[in-house]
Design a binder for this molecule. Sequence first.
Ligand SMILES: *Cc1c(COP(=O)(O)O)cnc(C)c1O
Length: 433
Amino acid sequence: MTASVSTAASTVAPPRHSALTAADPELAALVAAEERLQADTLRLIPSENYVSAAVLEASGTVLQNKYSEGYPGKRYYEGQQVIDQVEAITVERAKALFGMEHANVQPYSGSPANLAVYLAFLKPGDTVLGMSLPMGGHLTHGWGVSATGTWFNGVQYGVRRDTGRVDLDEVRDLALAERPKLIFCGGTAVPRTIDFAGFAEIAREVGAVLVADIAHIAGLIAGGAHPSPAPHVDVVSTTTHKTLRGPRGAMLLSRAAHARALDRAVFPGLQGGPHNQTTAAIGVALNEAATPAFCSYAHTVVANARALGEELAARGFDLVSGGTDNHLLLIDLTTKDIPGKVAAKALDRAGIVVNHNTVPYDPRKPFDPSGIRIGTPALTSRGLSTSDMATVATWIDRAVTAARTADEPTLTAIRAEVKELMEAYPAPGLPVD
Ligand SMILES: *Cc1c(COP(=O)(O)O)cnc(C)c1O
């Protein structure tokens, strides 16, 4: 707080979070501390991003004061003259951007969106085929500890040991043996292009509903940097806050034939009132994602990931599947002789924020796995380019070596270097000094 009011610019700009600071200095200080942390560190978590100032503003509006259970024109509360328009515009933008006939923009987040898909198409005990969590899938694709694996019969495919990639012959064999009613493609730690057409052929063969969960890659698809699932799948499920660079939220898109089932599943099946401030912010993000600038952003995300992968491979890092087609790199640290969590914690102390992750066929336990997962959506939003990726790879390499030798001074030194570079790349809502 004090940093921003002491600058010359603040003589014209309003003080940051003045009402919050006056009413609740304790939480205001925490918000400021988080802003400082986000400003000073290199964020490599592939599911994170920095939203625009416009998205940030829309998320903090009085739209959040309104209850609007139902859908535009069919609400359970009056006073929807404006909210109906907000939701209708956002729905139209979602349909246009992803080329689907129907869109529901009300799911609170990606996990409830996926649960709504089950409610729309399955009965408890029915079979769902999804990618296994430790191979790169998501909890909600039928994994055991999730409600989706408890209430439904989850059958899981993985990746091949030799290629680190999904083998559609294996998926087909499983589908023919298990006859799932629902098939999920997509995941959270998948560095390669998803073959939507190949999955569609299998789904057709067994009469399953095919869902493309594009939570991670929605922005790449919108920007033309990953093939679109629209021509191939029945349902698209996506979060709005990862590469799509919107607020925390989710959407379900589908063919017109599934519109009613999905809408009823979201409300009244699973949720109450939609978060209208989020709906508006999703609308703003969708408008941004339809621009040439966003298209260029999406392609730069992929170029940065590829460049970073090459720089890391040149430093002896073992990339699952040998590289990346998208925004994400999965690194097996076994050859570096350090567990993923130890490396991730050391990188965090060096100002480089990643997450530990299982790698396919991981011999270690899920809470203490062999790998780390990194991605380039956030650093690309701050303006870093392929020419910066050698620097980033060198930091990672030095930090991992330092972690192995308990060399804290090197981690501290890297943290200062990271902070210095990041000062040149501001992001909306973050303090500048
Ligand atoms: C992030 C993610 C989700 C869940 O999103 P939340 O908003 O965290 O609930 C679902 N599926 C995939 C593939 C994801 O990557």
